[in-house]
Ligand binder design. Structure first.
Ligand code: IPM
Ligand code: MG
Length: 363
């Protein structure tokens, strides 16, 4: 029996997590997937109740869970809070406390969505790249950090970009291992022309490469990588990068596929225990309207089945069902073209479940 913790969070989080729950319940019924679902609070909703974006009881349940599904955190009503109490801090602490250092963000273009991309369809057709982002180090967590007042009363903000060799090596191993199973090409992204941290990053990645002779390794500066992603994204297979560069590049990669509402992610620790969440945020502007795209969340369920629950066939089933629904023309507003009648969050979830039933009755 696997214990799966649902953390709906804020904004559209609860709406999309409700669809993930439906998918898991259906897999339990139809395919005897043995999961026990729990639910807890994180982010702004946790702050509102417990004055803490990651209450102790949530962290405790999270530690005991085999996998976590997180919706999204954040909202403008929390932006005035002291930094440590903001919803984002709940997510960052969760990543850090559970040591979820390996963040996998695949960007796959669906044929029928090619026209929803901001690039020309021929540039994104067949796109299948994976960003491997370091998630528990770098400037997001480096000390010292803070705000201070200098003489003359000038305020100064400061953060520290720091990585040690061990942190770089372990994320590099993850990226090489995955590249080996995919197209065997790894591009490591850094800013080695300016930053010492990047110089070390390059050095360590080169050293780790010796264990993976079959993978072709290249290095790219982050400014060029951002440009190449929107110029010719097809050149990438696996992209390895640090926490902040990965944050930025993964939003760019998301848009190539047509909508950030389509992109799942996995955050894994050394033992492949993981947290799974859509790359999109809490989208406060559309929260509560029932129009959010649940597919990134549902695809995150597929990643969870594959990486943490050891159910690759069910992962395939969910991904194929999403594929079928998209190809059949079902569209939430974010991916609908002019003239296409959009469906709501709940209906999209139902269609995926219908497609799952149909696909498994064929086999
Ligand atoms: C992401 C998000 C988070 C990040 C925020 C919400 C803290 O943008 O998962 O990409 O910056 O990592
Ligand atoms: Mg981000």
């Amino acid at each position: 029996m696997y214990k799966v913790l649902l953390l709906p969070g804020d904004g559209i989080g609860p709406e999309v997590v409700a669809q993930a729950r439906k998918v898991l319940v259906s897999l339990g019924k139809e395919h005897a997937l043995a999961v026990e679902l729990e639910e807890a609070q994180v982010g702004g909703s946790a702050y509102a109740r417990h004055r803490d974006p990651l209450p102790a009881q949530t962290l405790e349940i999270a530690r005991a869970a085999d996998a976590i599904l997180l919706g999204a955190v954040g909202g403008p009503q929390f932006d005035h809070l002291e930094r440590d109490l903001r919803p984002e801090k709940g997510l960052l602490r969760l990543r850090s406390e559970l040591d979820l250092f390996a963040n996998l963000r695949p960007a796959i273009s669906y044929p029928s969505l090619a026209s929803a991309s901001s690039l020309k369809p021929e540039q994104v057709t067949g796109l299948d790249l994976l960003i491997v982002r370091e998630l528990t180090g770098g400037i997001y967590f480096g000390q010292p950090r803070g705000m201070r007042v200098l003489e003359g009363r000038t305020r100064q903000g400061f953060n520290t970009l720091v990585y040690d060799e061990h942190e770089i090596a372990r994320i590099a191993h993850v990226a090489f291992r995955i590249a080996q199973k995919r197209g065997s090409r790894l591009c490591s992204v850094d800013k080695a022309n300016v930053l010492e941290v990047s110089e070390l990053w390059r050095d360590v990645v080169n050293a780790v490469h010796r264990d993976y002779a079959k993978v072709a390794l290249s290095h790219m500066y982050v400014d060029n990588a951002a440009m190449q992603l929107v110029r010719e994204p097809g050149q990438f297979d696996v992209v390895l990068t640090d926490n902040m560069f990965g944050d930025i590049l993964s939003d760019i990669a998301a848009m190539l596929t047509g909508s950030i509402g389509m992109l799942p992610s996995a955050s894994l620790n050394e033992r492949d225990r993981g947290m799974y969440e859509p790359v999109h945020g809490s989208a406060p502007d559309i929260a509560g309207k029932g129009i959010a795209n649940p597919l990134a969340m549902i695809l995150s369920v597929a990643m969870m089945l594959r990486y943490s629950l050891n159910e690759p066939l069910l992962a395939d089933l969910v991904e194929q069902a999403v594929h079928q629904v998209v190809e059949a023309g079902y569209r939430t507003v974010d991916i609908a073209r002019a003239g296409q009648q959009p469906v709501g969050t709940d209906e999209m979830g139902d269609e995926v479940i219908r497609a799952m039933l149909q696909l498994s009755s064929k086999n």
